[in-house]
Design a protein around this ligand. Structure first.
Ligand SMILES: [Zn+2]
Length: 275
C-alpha cells in the first residue's frame, strides 16, 4: 500500500522563529530547510500547496519547468510508489484529485483559517473538509484522524497557533495581545512619523514580544507533533512547513499579505517518514 501522507501547515510561521525554538521532536523528522513560499498569504499559498508544489528552494540558473519536474519526482519517495511525474497530475494538477481518483487515497482536510472554509474552491475532491472551531488547536485535530490498511490516507492540516496573536489553545482570549487595528494602526513605516521621526506604531518592544510569542507556539506545537508521530502508522510521510512568513517590524511591516519582503516568503520545511 502507498504511504499515508500528512501535510501539516503551521500558519504564518517564519523560518527563523522555528530556528529560535529549535523543536527537538520535529528535528527527528529530518533536516529543516529554509524555503520560500510561492505566495504571501493563506489562500493562494494553500492552493499552490495542493497543486503539489511545496515551498521552493529558489535555485539560480534553473528553468521553472525543470524545477517542477524534479520536485514532482520526489513524490515517488513520499508516496512510496514508483513512476510519479508531473504529467500524472494532469489535467487537474490538484493533489487531492490525483491521490483519491488515481491512487485510491482517502482525502481529508482540517483547517483553521476561515479563508480556507469548505465552501471555497480549495475544497475539491476531499472526502471530508472541516473548518475547526478554534483557529489555534492542532491537538483537537488528532482524535479525528484515522488510518487503516485498506486505503492510504491524505491529510491536509492547517493550524494557527503560529498565526497572530500567536496564542496557545488554553490561553484565555482576554489575555491575548491587543494591537488596535492591526490592519489600521500598523501602516507603512513612512505613513505616520512620530514627533521624533520614528513611526508611532513602531513599538519595538511589542514587536519583539510578539515574535517571542510565535517562537513559544513552536515549542508548544513540538509536543503536539510528538503525539501526531505516535498516532500515525509507520508508513506515513509527514511534511511540516508554513504557508508564508510573518513580519515583526522589519522595514516597517507587520504581519503578512500585501507585503513584498523576503521575510513574508521565508518558511521552514522538513519532511520524512514518521520517525
Ligand atoms: Zn496563512
Amino acid at each position: 500500500m502507498a504511504n499515508n501522507l500528512v501535510l501539516l501547515v503551521l500558519d504564518s510561521l517564519r523560518y527563523d522563529s522555528w530556528l529560535a525554538a529549535a523543536p527537538p521532536t520535529l528535528a527527528a523528522l529530518g533536516t529543516v530547510e529554509r524555503r520560500w513560499s510561492y505566495a504571501s498569504w493563506t489562500a493562494p499559498s494553500h492552493y499552490n500547496l495542493l497543486m503539489g508544489l511545496l515551498p521552493h528552494t529558489s535555485p539560480p540558473r534553473v528553468y521553472a519547468s525543470e524545477y517542477y519536474k524534479q520536485d514532482f519526482l520526489r513524490y515517488s519517495e513520499r508516496l512510496g510508489t514508483s513512476g510519479m511525474e508531473f504529467k500524472r497530475l494532469l489535467p487537474s494538477i490538484f493533489l487531492p484529485t490525483f491521490l483519491r481518483n488515481e491512487l485510491g487515497y482517502r482525502t481529508h482536510a482540517m483547517v483553521s483559517m476561515p479563508v480556507l472554509n469548505r465552501h471555497t474552491p480549495i475544497n475539491r475532491d476531499f472526502d471530508t473538509f472541516e473548518l475547526m472551531p478554534k483557529h489555534n488547536d492542532l491537538a483537537a485535530m488528532l482524535p479525528n484522524m484515522s488510518f487503516d490498511d485498506a486505503r492510504p490516507a491524505f491529510y491536509l492540516l492547517n493550524t494557527g497557533e503560529t498565526h497572530y496573536p500567536y496564542a496557545l489553545p488554553d490561553e484565555d482570549p482576554s489575555t491575548w495581545p491587543r494591537i488596535s487595528g492591526v490592519h489600521g494602526v500598523f501602516k507603512r513605516l513612512d505613513d505616520q512619523p512620530g514627533p521624533d521621526g520614528e513611526p508611532e506604531f513602531f513599538d519595538e518592544r511589542t514587536l519583539a514580544d510578539l515574535r517571542e510569542r510565535q517562537i513559544n507556539t513552536v515549542r508548544y506545537l513540538d509536543g503536539v507533533i510528538g503525539r501526531l508521530f505516535d498516532l500515525v502508522p509507520k508508513n506515513t510521510w509527514i511534511i511540516v512547513t508554513s504557508d508564508h512568513g510573518e513580519l515583526f517590524g522589519e522595514d516597517g511591516y507587520f504581519g503578512h499579505g500585501p507585503i513584498a519582503h523576503d521575510k513574508v516568503l521565508e518558511v521552514p520545511f522538513v519532511e520524512g517518514l514518521v520517525p
